[in-house]
Ligand binder design. Structure first.
Ligand code: HEM
Length: 424
């Protein structure tokens, strides 16, 4: 059926997980098995706004007893667009850190653009949004197309191997490094730091995430210094020269912009490409269709199917209601994109991977509010270029093993996907 076929518990019949002590939709152990599609389907039907209690010390850094699971597409859109009742600043958007994370450490993440609210968020976002308009992104197309073809050709020449590292990793990294102005020789470092920061929950990644974020910050500060002396046509130069109502970004604001841009576009796009390839390998009819017709609709179906960000959160600014359920001021609500993207009220046959799906109002890039993914145009272009290169260069690609999934609280990730490139 879907990537979440092997949901670990409570899949059949009623909803045993609702009574199960310790059940947590942000548990890394749960998402490691796949998006829990059956449990989400049950919630959408029986309790679309559901209180997920968390035990003391098990809140992924939060100590407020739990959060509301928002599983319906319409409710996620409503919350995402309503900045009067909901904010990101109080608790940030990330729903799960390490259980040992302190409030002070969580508070540091409030410097990220995504954890600011309008009107300040609006001013900050303007600084970078120009770099991501369709026109600006189009300017990168030729270079990224060439890069995608080179990446796929190199992988094909190896005969077989891990698709994630041979194919999916490089293009997103190259695109963001290019926009930021990071020189070629430093890109691997950036990739390693970004991985270490994001994958702390997975035992295979042993590097210290705090150290990695300090390294990225240090690197960003050095770049800023260099661009102040010698401006270039890149985002770092835009950020160091930023003038927001007569004020420039302070050091922390700049640093966290740099971190967010480095990290946000890498993991997400890589996982969209990896899940997308896996979906094609599991649905050969769709791969044949793609190779023949190259429909423009394929990219959004890949993002819907992959839902690389399973959830982000908001906090209630006042006592309010969603879906008729009372929410208290200060409570957190989890926007579970991994549920909404399979909502049967919005998508016909949601568990079919259908690259001709149109319209496709998925919320993989967010629920169309103030924080809607600033890199969506870029991500779409990268995915499109990559699958066109794959269809041209390795049309006979096959899967050698089941993908190995990332253990993570909110990223729906693939660690390894072994394939034969069919290039003989
Ligand atoms: C398939 C790839 C991607 C996915 C699935 C994705 C997903 C998301 C989601 C779900 C949000 C939050 C939306 C909300 O809260 O309403 C977001 C925000 C954001 N994304 Fe992406 N993203 C992707 C690629 C990228 C790329 C390539 C970049 C470029 C650097 C990027 C940069 C950002 C930034 C800066 C934000 C914060 C925007 C704000 O707060 O105003 N993303 N993304």
């Amino acid at each position: 059926m879907t990537q979440a076929q092997s949901a670990p518990v409570g899949s059949a019949g009623k909803c045993p997980f609702m009574e199960q002590e310790g059940w947590d939709f942000t548990s890394p152990d749960l998402l490691e098995q796949g998006i829990p599609v059956k449990e989400f389907a049950e919630l959408r039907k029986t309790a679309p706004v559901w209180w997920n209690a968390q035990q003391p010390g098990k809140g992924g850094g939060f100590h407020d007893g739990g959060y509301w699971v928002i599983s319906k597409h319409a409710d996620i859109r409503e919350i995402s667009k309503n900045n009067d009742d909901w904010e990101t600043n109080a608790n940030g958007v990330i729903m799960r850190f390490d259980d040992e994370m302190t409030q002070d450490q969580i508070d540091v993440t409030k410097a990220l653009l995504i954890n600011h609210d309008p009107p300040e968020h609006t001013r900050l976002r303007k600084l970078v949004s120009k770099a991501f308009t369709p026109k600006a992104v189009h300017g990168l197309e030729e270079k990224l197309d060439e890069a995608a073809r080179k990446i796929v050709q190199q992988a094909a020449d190896s005969g077989s191997g891990d698709f994630v590292h041979q194919v999916a990793v490089d293009l997103p990294l190259l695109a963001i490094a290019d926009l930021l102005g990071v020189p070629e020789e430093d890109r691997t470092k950036l990739f390693d730091w970004s991985n270490s920061m994001m994958n702390a929950d997975d035992p295979e990644f042993t590097a210290d995430p705090q150290m990695a974020s300090a390294e990225i910050l240090g690197y960003g500060y050095n770049m800023a210094e260099a661009r102040r002396k010698c401006p270039a046509d890149d985002i770092v130069t835009t950020l160091v020269n930023a003038d927001i109502d007569g004020q420039s970004l302070d050091e922390i604001e700049f640093g966290y912009f740099f971190i967010l841009l480095t990290v946000a576009g890498n993991e997400t796009t890589r996982n969209a490409i990896s899940h997308g390839m896996n979906a094609f390998l599991e649905h050969p009819d769709q791969w044949e269709l793609f190779k023949k017709e190259r429909p423009a609709t394929a990219v959004d179906e890949i993002v819907r199917w992959a839902t690389p960000v399973n959830c982000f959160q908001r906090t209630a600014k006042r006592d309010t209601q969603i879906g008729g359920v009372d929410i208290k001021q200060g409570q957190r609500v989890g926007l579970f994109y991994g549920s909404a993207n399979y909502d049967e009220d919005v998508f016909e046959n949601p568990f079919e991977f259908d690259i001709l799906r149109d319209p496709n109002p998925h919320v993989g890039f967010g629920g169309n509010g103030a924080h809607f993914c600033v890199g969506a145009n870029l991500a779409r272009m990268e995915i499109n270029l990559m699958f066109n290169a794959l269809a041209d260069i390795v049309p006979d690609i096959t899967r050698l093993e089941e993908p190995r999934r990332l253990r993570h609280g909110w990223i729906n990730g693939v660690k390894e996907l072994r394939v034969d490139y069919g290039n003989r």
